[in-house]
Design a protein around this ligand. Structure first.
Ligand SMILES: Cc1cc2nc3c(=O)[nH]c(=O)nc-3n(C[C@H](O)[C@H](O)[C@H](O)COP(=O)(O)O)c2cc1C
Length: 466
């Protein structure tokens, strides 16, 4: 049996045996739950991989499958219809969207939306990176006035912003691409200068981000992160409502869906990681409590715009902005179990799960942070990929070769590219042709010039900057 087929089979059977899995989810969070679940998953995987095709057929004919609409989305619909072995360039069906290839534009803050309103520069930037049947995720976009921690990031919480985004979305749609808006609240990764009334930024905690990290200020200098204000328990529902409203606004702007930014040490991650969250209320302590905020956001947004228009980004193994967890593996699995459960309860799958792995060393460029052991991280990514029922996007340090390998080995369905997409507007074509790539200029990542370092990277026909 092909690995892809067997993974789908495992996912199908896992969904069919959901009530058993559910028993483990309802146990008190912690070691016992994890061990029961892992034992269950390992036994199931071992059993399925080691049986013959005929015994599998016998098994599949005797089990009760989940509701038909969910089942049909879980099976062949998400594989390549035309080719037996998927490649980075083969089509893929992601929830309701037919993609023509698997190279995704990763969300990237570029600080060009002056005064938080998308402008013509953004229209051109996203248009350049759109391909027929391609999938783009926007830069982190503010869900409310308290959610910014960089200068000139766009918002999606007022009418002016919604109207402005329409031009970006239209330009992308004209190229035939799909575009999701990444919904972002930075939490404590902010500063009074970015907060209404100069208030302290909000978080799960009152602990500031350590001095190892610096915040980019509006005048292009760097400063220390200030002490945040921990959200009161009753305030969390208000932030959930901000996400819901922002998702509705995104659909009004014409976006095909949204990605919830639950990664990289920002607000939702500040609740999930035990190295930050020191709360004693129902949002602190156990894994169930720490993942509750994210799950409430997912549930509320999915109910508002449809689960199949919602993607979620997490980074359990990344310590960006001090977002450390003592057990990233269990944290990732805890989120995944709950997303699987939610999908089952909603009778509809989410669009995707997007996981960043901390391999930020491609092209010899290193970022601050603990990258972990390569093999350990790869193993974690596999565990999470195999546990999640649905489309899995990976990102973080993927080169052409690594992307091809990830899809060929079915370690991911789609691969998101960040920095290489900054400097190569026609990255998809270049990867396809194995053409040389322009180098990115780090110094212009977060500057505000509408052209330089933003839309002036040449495409192939204009000659490469090597
Ligand atoms: C300039 C820049 C801005 C970024 N902004 C965001 C962001 O707004 N949201 C997000 O989830 N990740 C953001 N990231 C992380 C990227 O999505 C991606 O995970 C990272 O660059 C690693 O992928 P790469 O090795 O292909 O560049 C950013 C990365 C860069 C380089």
């Amino acid at each position: 049996m092909r690995p892809g087929r067997s993974r789908e089979a495992i996912q199908q059977v896992a969904m069919a045996l959901w009530p058993l899995n559910r028993l483990t989810c309802d146990l008190p969070a912690g070691v016992a739950q994890r061990h029961v679940l892992i034992f269950f998953q390992k036994s199931l995987s071992f059993y399925l991989y080691s049986t013959t095709i005929s015994s599998f057929l016998l098994l599949s004919s005797s089990i009760t499958l989940p509701p038909s609409d969910l089942r049909s989305q879980t099976t062949m619909a998400e594989t390549t219809p035309t080719s037996r072995k998927p490649t980075l360039f083969s089509p893929y069906k992601m929830s309701r969207f037919n993609l023509s290839h698997r190279v995704v534009l990763a969300p990237m803050t570029r600080c060009r939306a002056l005064n938080s309103v998308p402008n013509q520069a953004l229209v051109e930037y996203y248009r350049q990176r759109a391909t027929d049947g391609g999938f783009l995720i926007t830069e982190g976009t503010m869900i409310s006035p308290t959610s910014a921690g960089f200068p000139h990031v766009p918002g999606i919480f007022n009418n002016e912003q919604i109207e402005a985004w329409k031009k970006v979305v239209d330009a992308v749609h004209k190229q035939g691409a799909i575009i999701f808006c990444q919904l972002w609240h930075v939490g404590r990764a902010s500063h009074q200068v970015y907060q209404p009334g100069g208030a302290a930024p909000i978080s799960s905690t009152s602990k500031p981000i350590s001095k190892k990290w610096r915040i980019l200020m509006p005048d292009a200098t760097y400063s220390r992160y200030p002490e945040p204000r921990p959200l009161a328990t009753h305030e969390i529902a208000e932030v959930v409502e901000d996400y819901r409203r922002a998702a509705i606004n995104a659909l009004e702007a014409g976006f095909d869906g949204i990605e919830i930014h639950g990664a990289h040490g920002y607000l939702l991650d500040q609740f999930m990681k035990d190295g930050i969250n020191d709360r004693t209320d129902e949002y602190g302590g156990s894994l169930a409590n720490r993942t509750k905020f994210l799950l409430q956001v997912v549930q509320s947004v999915a109910a508002a715009i449809g689960a199949d228009r919602v993607g979620i980004r997490i980074s359990p193994a990344i310590d960006h902005l001090d977002a450390m967890d003592s057990d990233p593996r269990s944290l990732g699995l805890a989120v995944i179990e709950r997303l699987n459960k939610l999908q089952f309860e909603m009778g509809s799958k989410l669009s995707y799960l997007h996981v960043t792995q901390p391999r930020y060393t491609a092209y010899g460029q290193t970022e601050a942070g603990n990258h972990g052991n390569e093999e350990e991280v790869a193993e974690l990514m596999k565990i999470w990929r195999n546990s999640y029922v649905g489309t899995f996007i990976c990102s973080g340090g993927y080169t052409r070769e690594l992307g091809l390998e990830a899809v060929a080995k079915e370690d991911a369905d789609l691969v998101a590219y960040g920095r290489l997409f900054i400097s190569n507007p026609d990255l998809v074509l270049r990867l396809k042709l194995n053409a040389p790539l322009n180098r990115y200029v780090r110094a212009s990542f977060y500057t505000h010039d509408p052209v330089v370092g933003y839309t002036d990277y040449p495409s192939l026909e204009k000659g490469s900057r090597l």
